[in-house]
Design a protein around this ligand. Structure first.
Ligand code: NAD
Length: 437
């Protein structure tokens, strides 16, 4: 199959490279010239494990190329995927669909043979109808079909997720579009990944329902963690105790600083707006959004509490800035609100992150970026583990204690045993574990 991928970000680039690896002919398009220039030199514009090798293998094999020329790239495609961003619209929290519609306008100008246009971006229910309308203004109805094929990959594990997905959801009522999509995903049928053919609106909503459910699970265990701290229980054990129940499952039950990233915050908000617009409120998701918003600054206050209630003039090191490990993505990362809360209270904040510091330095210019965990911790009163990168899982706690001026280790991911930390002379504060005060 000949595939054009419009948008070469986290989703477009990974999906495009994986489709090429399946044997399809793929061109990834982006309007950001610098991205295309780097990709053409095999320099990845994002950090995603395994991506550089995958891209190189498929470029060398002649199956994958990059371009900023949409018209030339989509010519003769069997399918054109739209994988552009759908951030929150400023002011009202609706999904900003301007990139999706702009891409659709461009596609409408250049299709010359029957083509399947696929929205891979996360888009609210009814967006496919709008894309169809845009295309139908320029093209005869039998020249195209609009399909929803939401993406469920996780940054940091994106290639594995794309190649071995729990399921593939394809929303269309068009039989020929179903055939094209089946051919594109055929290598995965062989892997026995379930493919769900649904209506287009159903597919669009499925993506939001999945993300809202996962965000709810995270927020649920975070509230349990707060309750654990008050009643002297341990959330790690509560989590294991409920997660072993197959009806609940153990994933997404790790208490922490609240969800962030490029998807959950914007997608939960967009779902609320869709629900409100359709007069069908989703009150559980409303509560999730509110609780999670408050949690990030609350984590900053947790650090201040560990410092004895006063942060003015104190030095704090943040280990991990990205919203999760194995990515450089800083979008809506909890570290942003935590750093701001600490600085608002007069603290001096240093930080280290294995991949996120370049982008983080632009977002939080007052935070002192350092080259290692120990450099960040040097002379500080508290060290805070914000993101559970492997690099922070086996710190030399004795060395850390000697490097620091104070004694507080705040572990917002519960990756250390309190007893091990205390043995090295540090005070331990976790999330949902018995508080020392
Ligand atoms: P991103 O910001 O990393 O990439 C989007 C790219 O699209 C950018 O490089 C931008 O320059 C390009 N672009 C925008 N308009 C264009 C146009 N008209 N022509 C060509 N290129 C254009 O975004 P992302 O993280 O890859 O997310 C893309 C979509 O996938 C979003 O809807 C997101 O919600 C969804 N999604 C993301 C993830 C994830 O983990 N990042 C997972 C599942 C779904």
């Amino acid at each position: 199959m000949k595939i054009a991928m419009i948008g070469s970000g986290y989703v477009g680039l990974v999906s495009g490279a994986c489709f090429a690896d399946f044997g399809h002919q793929v061109v990834c398009v982006d309007k950001d010239d610098s991205k295309i220039e780097s990709l053409n030199q095999n320099i990845m514009p994002i950090y995603e494990p395994g991506l550089a090798n995958l891209v190189k293998r498929n470029v060398d094999g002649g199956r994958l190329s990059f371009s900023n020329d949409l018209k030339a790239s989509v010519e003769n495609s069997d399918a054109i995927f739209i994988a552009v961003g759908t951030p929150s619209r400023r002011g009202d929290g609706h999904a900003d669909l301007s990139y999706v519609y702009a891409a659709s306008e461009e596609i409408a100008e250049v299709i010359t043979k029957p083509t399947v246009v696929v929205t891979k971006s996360t888009v609210p229910v009814g967006t496919g109808d709008e894309v169809e309308l845009i295309l139908s203004k320029k093209l005869p109805r039998d020249q195209f079909a609009v399909v929803s094929n939401p993406e469920f990959l996780r940054e940091g594990a994106a290639i594995g997720d794309f190649k071995r997905p729990d399921r593939i959801v394809i929303g269309t009522e068009d039989d020929w579009a179903k055939d094209v999509m089946s051919e594109i995903y055929r290598p995965l049928f062989l892997n026995e990944s379930p493919i769900l053919f649904t209506g287009r609106r159903t597919a669009e909503l499925t993506k939001y329902a999945a993300n809202a459910f996962l965000a709810t699970k995270i927020t649920f265990i975070n509230e349990m963690a707060d309750l654990c701290e008050k009643v002297g229980a341990d959330v790690q054990e509560v989590s294991r105790g409920i997660g072993l129940d197959n009806r609940i499952g153990s994933k997404f039950l790790h208490a922490g600083p609240g969800y962030g990233g490029s998807c959950f915050p914007k997608d939960t908000l967009a779902l609320l707006k869709t629900a409100q617009d359709n007069d069908s409120p989703v009150r559980i998701v409303e509560a999730v959004v509110q609780v999670n918003d408050q949690r990030k600054r609350a984590m900053g206050r947790k650090v201040i509490h560990a410092l004895g209630g006063e942060a003015r003039g104190k030095k704090v090191a943040l280990l991990g800035l990205t919203f999760k490990p194995n990515t450089d993505d800083m979008r809506d990362a909890p570290s942003i609100a935590i750093a701001q809360t600490l600085m608002d209270a007069g603290a001096i904040v240093s930080a280290y992150d294995p991949e996120g510091m370049e982008i983080a330095a632009e977002i939080m210019p007052k935070v002192i970026m350092t080259e290692s965990s120990y450099e960040a911790a040097n002379g500080t009163d508290a060290v805070v583990i914000v993101t559970e990168w492997d690099a922070f899982r086996a710190l030399d706690l004795g060395k850390l204690a000697k490097t620091m001026a104070g004694k507080e280790l705040v572990d917002l991911r519960n990756i250390y045993h309190p007893a091990d930390v205390e043995k090295s002379g540090l005070n331990y504060t976790g999330v949902g574990r018995i508080s020392k005060s």
